[in-house]
Design a protein around this ligand. Structure first.
Ligand code: 26V
Length: 797
């Protein structure tokens, strides 16, 4: 067990040791980077012990293991997180002061590991931390992308992408495992030997493991995040090199490394790119080979695999796991096809994260069959087995249709459990996405509402509020978040509310100073901080937000708002590089900010800020400083949302629609602590049946008409008045995401927000109630749900 009484003296010695012998620096010449690395190695040393202990215990008990397969892990920084989970924060602070170093600046020196796009990747990171906290023996498998999600800059208000380079400096948290390497094949052909079909790949690469230990709260358990890096199978060609043909000599190397070079940055439109399919198979095949190797080390009966192994597919991206596991079991280990299918299915679970048709993976059979010829055969056998076994299956249902392999259907049929990520979403998965499969397999679709780790998203990112919570309800809430409910009795106490407000204000002062310093916009910490941070997407409706900003601005200017409440409207988020409409919305926000922020008539009453390059670390700063959480997606489109939960925990009431997990947030806090507006998912579907819905909605709303008129006249783009004509035209004539239909309701809800904020007693009552009622949204609760309902595994602690 970990020795949490680890003294500052010992930590000091350890830091100095690493500075000297790992980094080869002496203290007087050490840079901030050197100190950060030395401290990170010293902290990492403390993780290794519980990590070994956890591994030994899992082996000793032959405990069932969970394998989480995900193309994305949006991790962020690790130093502070690990230090806090180990209970070493104060010791680290003292130690570094002794070296003349400020712990906070060292923490901020670490680059974010941004191996993910957004919600799905951040969820995987929260799950890894929660599995370690609840003591669930687990491995996360992913790809060690050399370049994570691109960096975002604004040029003239427009998004410009530059490559991200997190591995430029050494990454202190990982252990390269060159001995854990597997060959992954692509292409080639099928040969028949002794009446058996055998795949002979035409290309191969090596997947090499890099392990990062993930430590849970209290340092009691640690799991492994195993990321695969691609390496060439054939070393570079010496003969060519000697002939002077250097580029050709390095060709095998270049080809292989391309596989783990870069994260696909488009999480909105599926594109059918061969490299993406190869990445998916690369991750999945390496993981499954690793899983089987570990299993066969102890066991020999592969039909008992499901007793010892649970494999979770994070969306369809690793859905090739079904056919690949069948191939490994039958082609390589001689199991009959149907037994292999049933064994695989008993191991596999599939989590769906989106209903958006354009984000559902479908591969052209030509691409699929070229890259994975043997898997194409296996997919067809799975499909015909399913058709035979369920003769009432309608003809239009199936895995292979219209020369495409549908990965959703494949994942569904190859899993024993399929889950959505919020109550509403799971119902829509049944009703709209897989209605026929749900009928054929009743009970297979279940719900596991998302959660977030309160260690990172409350304890670490909001130390002021965390302290107040501990002072109020005592210790132990970090891994037992339902205890926050104990705050409820204090919410009526004015002195508690004052303390709550003071904690919030301190965070706002910090963020306000940062905004002034970095972006030259002066904001008051007493203004209402109204925040929408997430990927930019039409369905998330940042457009609705900025249109309402304009309406609000217009109303203040015209004296139509009595006693306006000063507001800072903060946006953050990246658009997929190829998503033109999302990029236009970014530009509009920046253009509007330019005009509004320089309007002496409105002055401090309204500021619009859009800091570039929103990432996990920025979220950790912004969310604790937020007063209002914007969750305004078109109902039925946001599968869950997880940012919404982080805001709630940090005492920011939601203005939102009945979408995703907002529904459950509302249920927990009650209407009096939530600003609800907008059409329901059902009303949305109905409204769309009227082809004239947008025109009618605009004609019924004078404020919206005024806003669209101002944009069309070039009020926010005086140098190019017609810049947003396309966007305005789209609003009038298509408006698929019903911005116009929800505009008035949103505008009115914002007025209710202002009224509530104008009464601080009332406001902080609401804010504190949000924190008090957020216990349900701990990812520990989510993980326990998966353990019981999907993985059939118990904690090893
Ligand atoms: C799709 C694709 C399409 C192929 C290319 C790359 C790529 C990458 C990601 C995705 C799916 C993104 C789905 C996603 O992130 N869903 C979000 O999942 C969150 C966690 O469950 C949830 O809170 C959000 O509501 C949901 O949008």
């Amino acid at each position: 067990m970990n020795d949490l009484s680890f003294s500052p003296e010992r930590l000091q010695a350890s830091v100095l040791h690493h500075l000297t012998f790992t980094l080869g620096k002496d203290a007087p010449n050490a840079s901030r980077y050197d100190w950060r690395m030395a401290l990170s190695y010293a902290i990492r040393d403390r993780i290794v012990e519980p990590w070994f202990a956890s591994t030994r215990r899992t082996w000793a008990e032959d405990h069932k293991r969970v394998y989480y397969l995900s193309m994305e892990y949006l991790i962020g920084r690790l130093l502070e997180d690990a230090t806090i989970n180990l209970g070493l924060y104060e010791a680290a602070e003292q130690t570094m002061v002794g070296f003349g170093q400020d712990l906070k600046s060292l923490i901020e020196d670490e680059p974010d590991a941004a191996l993910g796009n957004g919600g799905l990747g951040r969820l995987a990171a929260c799950f890894m931390e929660s599995m370690a906290t609840v003591g669930c023996p687990a491995y996360g498998y992913g790809i060690r992308y050399e370049h994570g999600l691109f960096r975002q800059r604004f040029e003239g208000g427009r998004q410009v992408e530059t490559p991200e380079d997190w591995l430029k400096q050494a990454h202190p948290w990982e252990f390269p495992r060159p001995e854990s390497a597997y060959t992954v094949g692509f292409k080639g052909q099928i040969e028949t030997r002794d009446g058996k079909d055998i795949w002979v790949p035409g290309e191969t690469v090596i997947a090499e493991a890099h392990d990062t230990p993930v430590i849970g709260w209290g340092g009691k358990w640690a799991n492994t995040l195993r990321l695969w890096a691609a390496k060439p199978t054939t070393m570079f060609n010496l003969e060519r090199f000697n002939r002077g043909d250097y580029a050709a000599a390095a060709e095998p190397e270049t080809l292989a490394r391309t596989l783990s070079r870069v994260l696909y940055p488009d999480d909105t439109t599926y594109q059918g790119k061969e490299l993406r399919l190869k990445q998916e198979f690369f991750l999945t095949s390496a993981a499954l080979q690793d899983i089987l190797r570990r299993y066969l080390y102890r066991h020999s009966d592969l039909t008992a695999l499901p007793k010892h192994v649970a494999i979770q597919m994070n969306d369809t991206h690793p859905a090739i796991a079904g056919p690949e596991l069948i191939r490994l079991l039958s082609d390589d280990h001689g199991m009959p096809f149907e037994d292999a299918l049933n064994t695989a299915r008993a191991c596999l679970g599939y989590t769906n994260h989106t209903l958006l048709p354009e984000a559902l993976e479908k591969w052209a059979t030509f691409t699929f069959g070229t890259v994975l010829p043997r898997h194409m055969q296996i997919v067809e056998r799975i499909d015909s087995w399913h058709r035979r076994t369920y003769p009432s299956r309608p003809h239009y249902v199936g895995i292979v249709k219209h020369h495409e392999v549908r990965m959703g259907e494949l994942a569904f049929i190859m899993s024993h459990k399929v889950n959505g990520v919020s109550a509403l979403h799971s119902e829509l998965v049944k009703k709209n996405l897989f209605p026929e499969l749900d009928r054929l397999h009743p009970g297979r679709i279940i719900n596991e509402t998302n959660g977030v780790t309160p260690r990172r998203w409350l304890r670490m990112s909001n130390p002021g509020l965390a302290r107040l919570i501990t002072d109020t309800i005592g210790e132990g809430w970090e891994d037992d978040l339902d205890r926050l409910d104990g705050l409820k009795t204090h919410v009526d106490d004015a002195s508690f509310r004052d303390a709550f407000a003071a904690a919030k204000r301190a965070n706002k002062v910090e963020v306000g100073n940062w905004i002034g310093r970095e972006f030259g916009v002066k904001v008051s910490p007493d203004a209402l901080f109204d925040v929408q941070v997430k990927r930019i997407h039409e369905y998330k409706r940042q457009l609705l937000n900025i249109l309402e900003c304009i309406a609000h601005w217009h109303a203040i200017r015209n004296g139509a708002v009595s006693n306006p409440v000063p507001r800072v409207r903060i946006f953050g988020g990246k658009a997929a590089p190829g998503y033109a409409v999302a990029k236009e919305i970014i530009r509009l926000i920046n253009d509007v900010a330019q005009v509004v922020n320089n309007d002496p008539k409105t002055g401090d009453l309204l500021k619009i800020v859009y800091p570039p390059n929103y990432n996990v670390s920025m979220a950790e700063n912004l969310i604790p400083a937020s007063d209002l959480s914007e969750q305004i997606s078109t109902a039925g489109k946001e599968a869950s949302g997880t940012g919404n939960m982080k805001f709630m925990m940090n005492g920011a009431p939601t203005i939102g629609t009945l979408d995703g997990a907002n529904v459950e947030i509302l249920q927990e806090v009650g209407h009096e602590n939530f600003f609800l507006f907008g059409l329901t998912a059902e009303e949305v579907s109905k409204r769309r049946e009227d082809p004239d819905h947008s025109r009618k909605a605009i004609e019924a709303s004078q404020p919206l008409q005024d806003v669209l008129q101002m944009i069309a006249e070039g009020r926010f783009s005086p140098d190019e008045p017609e810049r947003y004509h396309g966007l305005v035209h789209g609003m009038w004539h298509s408006d698929y995401f019903l911005v116009a239909s929800d505009f008035d309701a949103y505008h009115a809800a914002q007025a209710r927000v202002s009224a509530a904020y104008a009464d601080p007693q009332r406001w902080y009552h609401m804010a504190a109630m949000n924190t008090a009622r957020s216990g349900f949204f701990s990812s520990d609760r989510t993980i326990r749900g998966y353990m019981k309902d999907v993985w059939d595994v118990t904690p090893a602690l």
